[in-house]
Design a protein around this ligand. Structure first.
Ligand code: SAM
Length: 278
């Protein structure tokens, strides 16, 4: 520690140093993630690697590429679920579907899709509303291993009861089992559900817009970012949304106080659905 520096300042420096190293070696830019939660996750990772400090952990990461990959996976927590927040999907059915019906073809982006349950939920909803065949769903995440899992479309049978409840609460019109095959401990989404979904790696921090969409869902991702990074990502989402397109955020996220707020009206403020004005 440099003389006159507090332990907190010294740790902050060590973290900054580690984040610079991660960016330089892997391209993952975590430097503007929300500090308090990032620190917590780095400390937990350091503890599991038996490192006494962030600086010591940095040395471990330098000598072990696998440790870096493990760290990246633990930072990008992929908590998700089928029809997570059922009220959000109920609002999509009621308020977004009528808008989508007005388009001859529909492009949808799930940014930060984790293991894909979110995009499969949307695919099921669109099938039941008779819109699936005119949609293309793009599901992206920065984490390659989560994307592989998303692509496989496999989930554990132990989650079935919970997913069934969510599906019913979201206004599901059929039985969920119509959309997957069960093989003992695992369920796998049917090919007919997958056929219009494109999975790809995209980093919201470093990559740019790649298409124009009628609907973008970027849910429970922005909570990991600091204000400056949130603004960057809001701008990217805004540039990727067509006029009068719809943006859906997570429960703890909001367009309020962002620089793009003035270009949107709430379609359902409670469910964090916003419509672009022009
Ligand atoms: C908590 S999950 C949310 C999953 C899903 N959207 C949902 O709401 O259920 C957060 C996801 O954001 C992804 N993520 C974090 N930073 C990202 C970035 N810079 N670019 C793209 N995805 C990112 C993580 O890899 C993780 O899969």
């Amino acid at each position: 520690m440099i003389t006159g520096q507090t332990a907190a300042e010294s740790e902050m420096l060590e973290i900054r140093c580690l984040l610079n190293y991660i960016f330089e070696t892997s391209g993952y830019d975590l430097r503007n993630y929300a500090y308090a939660s990032l620190r917590q996750r780095l400390k937990a990772a350091a503890f599991s690697a038996r490192a006494g400090s962030i600086a010591e952990f940095h040395q471990i990461i330098r000598g072990d590429g696998k440790a870096l990959q493990q760290l990246l996976s633990s930072i990008a927590t992929g908590v998700t679920g089928l029809f997570r927040d059922p009220d959000f999907y109920a609002a999509v059915r009621k308020k977004v579907v009528p808008i989508l019906r007005t388009y001859p073809s529909i492009d949808i982006w799930h940014a930060g899709c984790a293991t894909g349950e979110e995009v499969y939920s949307m695919a099921i909803l669109l099938k039941e509303e008779g819109l699936y065949d005119k949609c293309r769903l793009y599901a992206t995440d920065m984490n390659e291993s989560m994307l592989q899992k998303a692509h496989s479309g496999v989930f554990s049978s132990s989650l079935l009861q919970h997913y069934n409840d969510n599906y019913q609460k979201s206004g599901g019109k059929e039985t969920l089992s119509l959309y997957f095959r069960r093989r003992e401990q695992e369920c796998c989404f049917s090919e007919s559900l997958k056929k219009r979904i494109v999975f790809g790696q995209h980093n919201l921090v470093t990559d740019s817009s790649f298409k124009e969409f009628q609907l973008i869902a970027c849910r429970n991702v922005m909570i990991y970012f600091n204000k400056q990074l949130q603004e960057r990502v809001f701008r990217l989402l805004h540039e990727s949304l067509c006029s009068f397109g719809v943006l859906g955020l997570g429960r703890g996220e909001t367009l309020k106080f962002s620089k793009i707020e003035e270009f949107y009206e709430p379609l359902d403020a409670r469910q964090k659905l916003y419509r672009r004005l022009t």
